[in-house]
Design a protein around this ligand. Structure first.
Ligand code: AQP
Length: 365
């Protein structure tokens, strides 16, 4: 584990918090920084989740001490179907493995299996000003869709997210564009807790840094290039799910929104769909942006769409077959998640005990 000894942050934002000394006390993870992230088991993950998150975790995993979880407590902050939650959870675990997460350097676990997440979220709720949450853009967007059914859980989502991160004393958090504001809030909450309940020499909660994901940071909807691809979009045509069949993938790409301009180019703000589809092609074909730009410069949509469809189908085929294989062995998945829970809980419970002590709770006897 990496411990930090830092200067006291400013009481509110504390963004100039300086980590001064790092001490390595756990030889198993050597000096690798710890990172943590998760995906909600709401439906099947799509190309946005893959290219914006999971694929980057896989590419970088040997450089970090990795904790990736299945965010099932977050999944019930919007209306959900209890009959599919468990199945979605196992499928997401299978997809994490099928995409290439390696248990030799990565811990995979289910958020609700480690009760410290819910407990720390409550403790942090009590030091988080309400107006910090009310200004969260994601809350405002999702609340708009739900009208009067908005739950306290949806408002509180970023505090639970802060608890997820802070329990593990994560050094860095991989963030796509949609999560930047939530990570800022996590940093503010950690700094505020440290200021109020810890000493300058011994902060209890590590203030995490963003690990900015540049590739695939924002994959957009296939039906509207100005909106992010999302599981909760009511239109199935808006996203390609990682387990879509080749026929479904081809159909969705055939019907996706394009524009009437001849020739394809990146970085034209007037052509968000073109930018998005070229990005998908580039990332899934493994080519450089320059090579794709040169190859596609003179193409029309009639030529490009089948090329993109073939590329997506080929990229997802090995993930899909591995995922189906893993889903047939429930015992193996259960064992992976049990080991993950044990590894995660050991760290989470240590942090939680420190927080409880700082808040003045008597330890249970
Ligand atoms: N469109 C996207 N482009 C790039 N990255 C994305 N992520 C999600 N959508 C995109 C990244 O996936 C991780 C976790 O996603 P999540 O499922 O837990 O929550 P989300 O961000 O709210 O994703 P959705 O699909 O929009 O889910 P719903 O509709 O259920 O809320 C994060 O790292 C996120 O950046």
């Amino acid at each position: 584990m990496l411990l930090s000894i830092g200067m006291r942050p400013s009481p509110h934002l504390g963004l100039n918090y300086i980590l001064a000394v790092r001490v390595n006390v756990n030889h198993c993870v050597m000096d690798k920084p710890r990172i943590l992230s998760g995906v909600q088991p709401t439906g099947t993950p799509h190309l946005g989740n893959y290219l914006g998150a999971i694929r980057n975790w896989v590419i970088q995993q040997t450089q970090y001490d990795n904790y990736f979880f299945i965010a099932d407590l977050h999944a019930i902050t919007v209306p959900h179907d209890p009959t599919t939650l468990a199945e979605n959870t196992y499928r997401l675990a299978a997809l994490y493995l099928a995409c290439g997460l390696d248990l030799n350097c990565t811990t995979i676990f289910v958020q609700s299996h480690v009760s410290a997440h819910a407990e720390l979220a409550w403790l942090l709720n009590c030091i988080t000003p309400l107006n910090w949450l009310e200004r969260m853009i994601q809350f405002k967007e999702k609340a708009l869709k739900q009208g009067e059914n908005v739950s306290i859980g949806l408002l509180d989502y970023p505090v639970l997210q802060a608890a997820d991160i802070l329990l593990y004393q994560a050094d860095q958090v991989p963030v796509g564009e949609d999560q930047k504001q939530h990570l800022e809030l996590t940093r503010d909450i950690a700094a505020r807790f440290n200021f109020q309940y810890a000493s300058e020499e011994k902060p209890i909660l590590k203030v995490p840094e963003p690990l900015i994901q540049t590739e695939g940071a924002r994959i957009m909807s296939l039906t509207d290039g100005t909106r992010k691809m999302s599981k909760s979009d009511p239109s199935e045509l808006s996203r390609i799910n990682l387990l879509d069949s080749p026929d479904e993938i081809r159909k969705k790409i055939k019907r996706c929104k394009t524009d009437p301009v001849r020739g394809l180019a990146f970085d034209d703000p007037e052509r968000p769909e073109c930018q998005n589809l070229l990005t998908l092609y580039q990332l899934l074909s493994g080519q450089t942006k320059a090579a794709v730009a040169a190859d596609c410069a003179d193409m029309g949509w009639g030529q490009f769409k089948p090329l993109l469809a073939d590329t997506v189908v080929a990229a997802l085929a090995p993930i899909q077959s591995k995922c189906h294989e893993l889903m047939r062995d429930r015992t193996h998945l259960e064992n992976v998640l049990k080991t993950g829970r044990e590894q995660a809980a050991a760290i989470a419970n240590t942090t939680l005990a420190q927080v409880r002590h700082a808040l003045g709770y008597a330890p249970p006897r």
